[in-house]
Design a protein around this ligand. Structure first.
Ligand code: PA5
Length: 451
């Protein structure tokens, strides 16, 4: 059953119905190109069929590794950057206790997941080692290319730490590598050290890899139901790959609406959530859309806010700043917990009028009030709703975003599956660090920096 709903009623007055529905025939063609693999980036379309291809053997293997890690580790370190960690983190943070790090392992029933290799901060890694000195841990290093600097540095450090802490033989049993099936430094190392490995398929790019072991293993270690998540993705796949009108296909509707807004002079999309646990869903979405669409001097700029928190910071800009913004609200109908506002005999804060109401009800009215205020402030709003946050619904949501992103990229006439722009900083960094082969650029860059 499909639980995700998308509502574009609040675009009325900003973009015409014709400008949205005018994309319908193009979308049907692009849907065909994705399924027939005839469009741009057609060697990176393996993600489309992942929900059908994840077989029992793969799920059982991931669940068995997850059980083993749960038994031996208090902390589970996921090393990876970009698409190699954001999907797992998005789902884990959406589902886990908001204060998981303050619960003990028996309360959590799974190791605490921490992340490394997504920055090059010396302080972050040194602080992490302080913690890993004290707890039993296991790690999974994820890098499709096997050559990305950030995770490679983190893995060097943590592999040494693990070997010193447990000895080489046990350290090897505490490491799982997820990488290319045959290429890259990580694959070579994993083979020579005998680490358990999982493969990132050749035709699945990092930001589309959440339904491979890249996402599924960490999610399973955290104790969540990967079968329900895959089932949700599969249900969404069946819908978005077959329905071919804007009214029946939510991915068509989202891609058409945001492109109509973009064409009308709204190049910034802000993803809005009303739950702190959904911040990493936004982070994952930002990477998916930013890296897929931002090229050839075009693309909608993906930003994120967490309301009501950011209504007290970014709210002013959204309400009255430059009118180049539209918002997409991820609206959750039902909370996972149950808590009401208490009554106070002194009513010192004047809030007795909400006494007895669920906190979620207050949040919901804040959401609806904000929606109208922002629309009145010339910020069109798209609303994506889910009845609740659970594995099945997240599977639906992530697959929906992926398919809509591919369609939207094709509407923009870019290749949504490459990321050539990511190389520019890497080349400069390597030249400045004196990597062999980059000597010619080193002095030029140093001169430009006045060094
Ligand atoms: O979506 C992408 O392709 C990127 O974000 C990559 O996932 C990221 O750069 C990490 O690459 P790798 O997995 O090769 O280390």
């Amino acid at each position: 059953m499909i639980n995700l709903n998308i509502n574009i009623d609040k675009l009325e007055g900003f973009v015409s119905r014709e400008s949205i529905y005018g994309f319908e025939s193009q979308l049907a063609l692009h849907q065909g190109s994705l399924l027939n693999k005839t469009g741009k980036g057609n060697d990176f379309l393996g993600w489309i069929t992942l929900p059908d291809e994840i077989d029992e053997a793969m799920l059982a293997s991931i669940e068995s590794d997850a059980r083993e890690i749960k038994e031996k580790a208090d902390i589970y370190v996921v090393i990876g950057i970009g698409g190699s960690y954001l999907g797992a983190r998005a789902v884990i943070e959406a589902l886990q206790h908001n204060f998981a790090s303050l619960l003990n392992k028996s309360e959590r029933k799974s190791p605490l997941v921490v992340y490394a290799g997504n920055n090059i901060s010396e302080d972050y890694l040194a602080d992490l080692i302080d913690i890993l000195d004290k707890y039993d841990y296991a790690l999974t290093v994820i890098s499709k290319s096997g050559t990305t600097t950030e995770p490679a540095i983190a893995f060097r450090i943590l592999r040494n730490h693990l070997e010193k802490k447990y000895g080489i033989a046990e350290a090897r049993k505490r490491i799982i590598a997820i990488t290319d099936k045959s290429r890259g430094a990580l694959k070579g190392l994993a083979d020579s050290e005998g680490y358990k490995t999982y493969v990132v398929p050749d035709d699945v790019g990092g930001r589309y890899s959440v339904l491979t072991p890249v996402g599924l293993l960490p999610i399973a270690v955290s104790g969540f139901d990967i079968r329900a998540m895959v089932a949700g993705a599969k249900a969404m796949k069946e819908l978005v790959t077959s329905a071919n009108t804007i009214d029946t296909n939510p991915a068509f509707k989202y891609a058409a609406a945001r492109n109509a807004l973009y064409a009308s002079g709204k190049p910034v999309e802000i993803m809005v959530n009303y739950q702190p646990s959904l911040v990493y869903i936004t982070e994952w979405w930002k990477q998916l859309y930013g890296e897929s669409e931002g090229k050839q001097n075009r693309g909608i700029f993906p930003a994120g806010v967490s309301f009501t928190t950011d209504l007290h910071s970014m709210g002013q800009y959204v309400q009255e700043g430059l009118r180049v913004i539209f918002e997409t609200v991820l609206s959750i109908a039902k909370p996972g917990r149950n808590l009401s506002v208490p009554s106070a005999s002194d009513d010192a804060d004047g809030l007795n009028f909400v006494a007895g109401k669920r906190i979620h009800e207050v949040n919901r009215q804040a959401e609806l009030g904000t929606l109208l205020a922002h629309v009145d402030g010339d910020v069109p709003n798209i609303v994506i709703s889910l009845p609740e946050v659970n594995e099945n619904n997240l599977g639906q949501l992530l697959y929906f975003y992926e398919f809509a992103c591919a369609l939207s990229g094709y509407l923009l006439d870019v290749n949504p599956f490459d990321q050539p722009g990511v190389e520019a900083y890497k080349k400069n960094m390597f030249a400045l660090l004196g990597k062999p082969g980059f000597e010619n650029q080193t002095s030029e860059l140093r001169a430009r920096l006045g060094l």
